[in-house]
Design a protein around this ligand. Sequence first.
Ligand SMILES: C[S@@+](CC[C@H](N)C(=O)[O-])C[C@H]1O[C@@H](n2cnc3c(N)ncnc32)[C@H](O)[C@@H]1O
Length: 227
Amino acid sequence: MSVVAKSYNKSADPIVAYCSEHTTIQIPLQVELQKETLANAPFGGMLGAPEVLTFGQNFIRSLGGKRALDVGTFTGASALAWALAVPDDGEVYTFDIDHTNYKKFGVPILSKDQKTFQKIKTVEGPAVESLDKLIANGQSGTFDFAFIDADKTSYPAYYEKCVTLLRSGGVILVDNSLRGGKVADENQRNDPQNAAIHATNDIIYKDARTYSALLNLGDGTHVAFKK
Ligand SMILES: C[S@@+](CC[C@H](N)C(=O)[O-])C[C@H]1O[C@@H](n2cnc3c(N)ncnc32)[C@H](O)[C@@H]1O
């Protein structure tokens, strides 16, 4: 068992587990989606860590965020979290190469709360291309918040595009920034996914366009604040 872990897998470090317990807040709809995803969705462990989702909601609410980018939908847990946090006229763009899991496991649960569900806009296809289309459509600087949680080798590209799409003061959360601790181990960087996340952590740390902090929250959360 790793000390870096999503809370539904429990960290081996009792202090990390204690912090997660005293961070996570979920409404019944979120609990239902979490149970359904972990029980029935293929690769259910891709589900976003609830403590990271709460942390992101806190940023959105504190920022007065209205528009969120959600890169990697899966069954919709992160999209639901952001949709609950933005106001009634807010919107969440959620990107996935294939929305089959969202339609099968997410939509039957999320659609029970139509007011929240209507805020979620699905964009299917490779997310790098989808984000490029938003930039080409003049959306740069118009989003308040971004969550990066799709294929790991594209993380440097996702970060770059999200910085462009965020307004000054906007916040990016990068999920799996420690990947079970493997990213912090230089002997494990021959794995292309660990290497790409490590490269992203370096890019963020050195990026003069953002302030940032890398946290042992969930599977590792790199937080970047656009200047
Ligand atoms: C870790 S899951 C997302 C979890 C979700 N954010 C949550 O909180 O439960 C990663 C998702 O990225 C999607 N994905 C993989 N490659 C992609 C790509 N090139 N473009 C867009 N989505 C991709 C996968 O289909 C998968 O659903």
